[in-house]
Design a protein around this ligand. Structure first.
Ligand SMILES: Nc1ncnc2c1ncn2[C@@H]1O[C@H](COP(=O)(O)OP(=O)(O)OP(=O)(O)O)[C@@H](O)[C@H]1O
Ligand SMILES: [Mg+2]
Length: 351
């Protein structure tokens, strides 16, 4: 029998983003030229370690496999083609200048050069690099993007993926996923900031490519901890207070706003310093800053950002390129920033 459905060219993929406080999954389907949202969800790690839901938890591989299994079941994921994100703390990205050499010599020289930049032994990481196309070429040197990921992390992900029955596993650094889900303009100099639970990842994007990455050792959990300490609240209540009132505050308790703002200054102060440093290092004006991650969902974050960094930012909308039912519009706009990495990961197999 003739069926129009036979003509549809379908392919599915899942993106799995393992963070220190939660794991996120997104399943996407490519149907001809459209990319459709099949399912998505998040599971918090705290309860698996006897902690409160929003708290950071260090789980072993077996526990992590169990957590992801639960998440896939809850979200009714139907696909095994997976892409996983390397947590930024296990990765290193930077531009370095190296002498121009024939490829066979370069292969030996770059790992030696990389030792100067990477704070762990080169034998413990997988290295990759590529040249940045530069207008000001010279004969002697060139700029490369150097990427390193801890072997230990890659091996652990491979084992978890195997235990979950994933096929054709791909792994990438979070910043590269953000480019796929958040970048609208392939030309220009942008900063993608992922506001996580315990740290913040700052990705420098030039003409559609990640050229630098730094980690700020401050995250959104500090707000929760400060609220809990200063107002003698349980961690659960403090987290709820942060999620409900954010930097906008609660009219019945003027301290909520002040405590949260104060707790954000180290993070945004450090971010401001990094942004200035990037403008100098790359001799470019930053054209836009996008905030993603759970920390970008705290109400009033853009105002506090502006007060501290003295420029504007926007909140990530990673589902912009994805087709989903109208009734999900509200919820997707609320949860969006959390799934910025996971959407980009799934897109890796579909674009
Ligand atoms: N609806 C919300 N409103 C306010 N804050 C939120 C909300 N949801 C999550 N958060 C905060 O976001 C943080 C978690 O962010 P995210 O899930 O991006 O972190 P992570 O992925 O575990 O960490 P990382 O990005 O460092 O790997 C927590 O501190 C949490 O309090
Ligand atoms: Mg994260």
């Amino acid at each position: 029998m003739f069926s129009i459905f036979n003509k549809t060219n379908k392919k599915d993929a899942i993106g799995i983003d393992i963070g220190p406080s939660s794991v996120k999954v997104v399943q996407l389907r490519k149907e001809d030229e459209r990319i459709v949202l099949v399912t998505y969800g998040e599971i918090e790690l705290g309860p698996y370690a006897g902690l409160a839901p929003s708290q950071v938890a260090i789980l072993g591989e077996d526990k992590m496999t169990e957590v992801i299994k639960d998440l896939l079941k809850e979200t009714k994921v139907t696909c095994k083609e997976a892409v996983m994100a390397v947590d930024s703390s296990a990765a290193y990205v930077s531009t370095i200048t190296v002498p121009k050499l024939p490829p066979n010599e370069e292969k030996f020289m770059i790992p030696i050069e990389a030792r100067k930049y990477i704070p762990i032994p080169i034998s413990d990481v997988k290295l990759d690099w590529w040249q940045i196309p530069s207008k000001e070429e010279n004969d002697r040197t060139k700029e490369i993007v150097l990427v390193a990921v801890k072997n230990e992390t890659l091996e652990s992900y491979a084992r978890i993926a195997k235990n979950l029955g994933f096929v054709n596993l791909e792994v990438e650094i979070e910043g590269f996923s953000l480019v796929r889900s958040l970048l609208n303009n392939n030309q220009g100099f942008f900063i993608f900031v992922d506001l996580g639970s315990i740290y913040t990842t700052v990705n420098v994007i030039k003409d559609g490519v990640v050229i630098d990455m730094n980690i700020i050792n401050h995250g959104s959990q500090e707000g929760t901890v400060q609220l809990s300490k200063s107002l003698s609240l349980t961690v659960e209540t403090a987290e709820e207070t942060k999620r409900t009132f954010g930097y906008v505050g609660d009219s019945s308790n003027e301290y909520v706003k002040e405590i949260l703002k104060l707790s954000s200054y180290p993070l945004f102060g450090e971010l401001a310093r990094l942004l200035l440093m990037y403008e100098r290092k790359y001799n470019q004006v930053i054209e836009g800053v996008v905030l993603s991650g759970g920390g970008a969902k705290v109400a009033g974050v853009l105002d506090v950002y502006k007060d501290t960094v003295h420029s504007d930012a926007v909140i990530a909308t990673p589902f912009d390129k994805i087709v989903y039912p109208d009734f999900l519009k509200n919820i997707i706009s609320k949860v969006g920033p959390t799934y910025s990495v996971a959407v980009g990961l799934a897109l890796k197999k579909l674009l």
